[in-house]
Design a protein. Structure first.
Length: 115
């Protein structure tokens, strides 16, 4: 029988449970060196619905990966940034970006070679 720790049978499963939402990794990527307002995040992810983006932000905040600061002004201003804990994901996000760039360049070459 596989040993479980906090309900997970593997460290990858634990990591994916935190960053594996539809837009979570993308949100974390955009916040890596920035503090962004909700509208700025939404502009960077135009395919995300308001409901999905808000849900993903709430989950990341609940898991301690991002900070949410609400300023009591009119209209309300909300800013998001990575927590120190969230910043520890930088090597993983960098690796995902590198892999994605390689994948995109290979598939682009493949399309050019196949046409």
């Amino acid at each position: 029988m596989t040993e479980q720790c906090n309900g997970f049978t593997c460290p990858v499963e634990a990591t994916i449970s935190l960053i594996g939402g539809k837009y979570k990794a993308v949100i974390l990527w955009h916040l890596m060196n920035n503090t962004l307002r909700y509208s700025e995040l939404h502009r960077k992810m135009p395919k995300a619905t308001d409901k999905m983006l808000a849900q993903q932000l709430r989950e990341l905040e609940k898991d301690g990966l991002i900070n949410r600061v609400v300023y009591p002004v009119v209209p309300p201003k909300t800013e998001y940034s990575l927590t120190e804990y969230g910043k520890t994901l930088a090597p993983i996000l960098d690796a995902l970006c590198d892999w994605g760039e390689n994948y995109l360049s290979e598939t682009q070459n493949c399309k050019e070679n196949c046409q």
